[in-house]
Design a protein around this ligand. Structure first.
Ligand SMILES: Cc1cc2nc3c(=O)[nH]c(=O)nc-3n(C[C@H](O)[C@H](O)[C@H](O)COP(=O)(O)O)c2cc1C
Length: 384
């Protein structure tokens, strides 16, 4: 398919209803951890408000916030915001108001780390390193967010009672997000964090109702979905998956497609049962840079996620290494797709305008991704 880079008739630039909000264009800001929250109390700062306000500058854009801890014990990195305390909710309310003042929309990404938490953070607060099972993180790249690493530290499996508490904590964090004025929440079930640690057969070695079969490994995630949906309404809820995650020992395996097809079928059935009330706003996929090849060996598709549409008929946010051309191509063949951009949104506060008008993009400075302060955060210029 050929795409004109000036094609403003492309689906990408058409409005789309996602859950309760109508986007002006099918472009979202992907969740991006930037560790600029106040370390004491994990409270969002005025600098964060400025950062989100800048990125909301094209009206009708969906911003998914950085991953945000549902409780203190679910956390584990300094500078990451939370959404359990009154001060945090007040801080987030300023962010939500700034996004809305620009005519855009915000979803809070809800985060629980499990075995990837920083040991010092947990020890200093009296919490254990936990996961689905006692499977330690294998050797891999050093975690830039915590300096030290949890590699080799064996986590304690959560008890069933604790699993139920976590499910309730997600629901409370979702309520807090709505109280702060956000349009919805995204459950972070991707990238190796706690829900993913239950989903993945390499990590989840439980023998109770939360481990073993696909149904059992999916149970925690689906219980979170149901509790959060009951708390704030399914049409304010999205969920992020990374079937083709390539980190540590959570890569795609023989059971990957079966697992995600099951999850999507469950989510789809909830939507069909009661379209108005039980249909999630969207599912969000992080897509691995995996090539599949046609019969003569040519790469034909970097992201073999077309199976999603065999099952899930609702809103679908697709992320990972999209450029303008690929976004136009993918959006134009699926009328319910939103393209999320991560790194391009770091260095281009006006990314939506740049995509619409086909303006050049600034490159991000990787050194300032995870350091405090305005540098590399709110000082990227708008296009002029
Ligand atoms: C600095 C940085 C922080 C990120 N933080 C999060 C996060 O909090 N939650 C999440 O789901 N993904 C996170 N990601 C992944 C992005 O959402 C996105 O999937 C990834 O950057 C690929 O998209 P891109 O090629 O458009 O950047 C992060 C990525 C970067 C570069």
């Amino acid at each position: 398919m050929t795409v004109s880079t000036t094609d403003t008739n492309n689906n990408l630039f058409k409005p789309l209803k996602v859950g309760q909000v109508t986007l002006n264009q099918r472009i979202a800001m992907a969740p991006l951890t930037r560790v600029r929250a106040q370390v004491e109390g994990a409270v969002p700062t005025d600098l964060m408000t400025t950062y989100y306000e800048q990125r909301a500058s094209s009206p009708g854009t969906l911003l998914i916030t950085e991953a945000t801890f549902i409780t203190e014990r679910a956390g584990g990195y300094q500078g990451v915001p939370g959404i359990w305390s009154k001060e945090q909710i007040d801080g987030w309310a300023k962010v939500a108001a700034a996004i809305h003042a620009k005519g855009s929309f915000g979803y809070v990404q809800l985060w629980a780390l499990g075995r990837t938490a920083g040991p010092e953070y947990l020890q200093s607060r009296g919490y254990d390193l936990v996961s689905s099972s006692n499977v330690a993180r294998p050797l891999g790249p050093k975690n830039k967010l915590i300096g030290t690493d949890t590699v080799g530290t064996v986590p304690r499996p959560l008890t069933v009672d604790e699993i139920h508490e976590y499910v309730r904590d997600y629901a409370q964090a979702a309520k807090n997000s709505i109280e702060a004025g956000f349009d919805g929440v995204e459950i972070h079930a991707a990238n190796g964090f706690l829900p993913h640690q239950f989903l993945h057969e390499n990590i989840n070695k439980r023998t109770d109702e939360y481990g073993g079969s696909v149904e059992n490994r999916a149970r925690f995630t689906l219980e979170i979905v149901d509790a959060v949906s009951a708390a704030i309404g399914a049409s304010r809820v999205g969920i992020r998956f990374s079937p083709y995650y390539v980190g540590s020992d959570l890569g795609a395996g023989p059971g990957t497609l079966e697992l995600y097809a099951y999850l999507l079928k469950e989510l789809e059935e909830r939507g069909l049962a009661d379209e108005a009330n039980k249909r999630l706003a969207y599912i969000h996929t992080v897509e691995g840079a995996i090539e599949v090849h046609n019969s003569i060996g040519n790469p034909i598709l970097r992201r073999p996620l077309e199976f999603v549409r065999n099952v899930w008929t609702g809103g679908w946010i697709r992320a990972q290494r999209f450029d303008r051309k690929l976004a136009l191509e993918i959006a134009d063949v699926d009328d319910k797709v939103v393209i999320a951009f991560g790194k391009p949104f770091i260095s281009n506060p006006d990314l939506v305008r740049r995509i619409k008008e086909n303006l050049p993009w600034a490159e991000p400075d990787y050194e300032t991704f995870y350091v405090p302060g305005a540098k590399g955060y709110t000082d990227y210029p708008f296009y002029s």
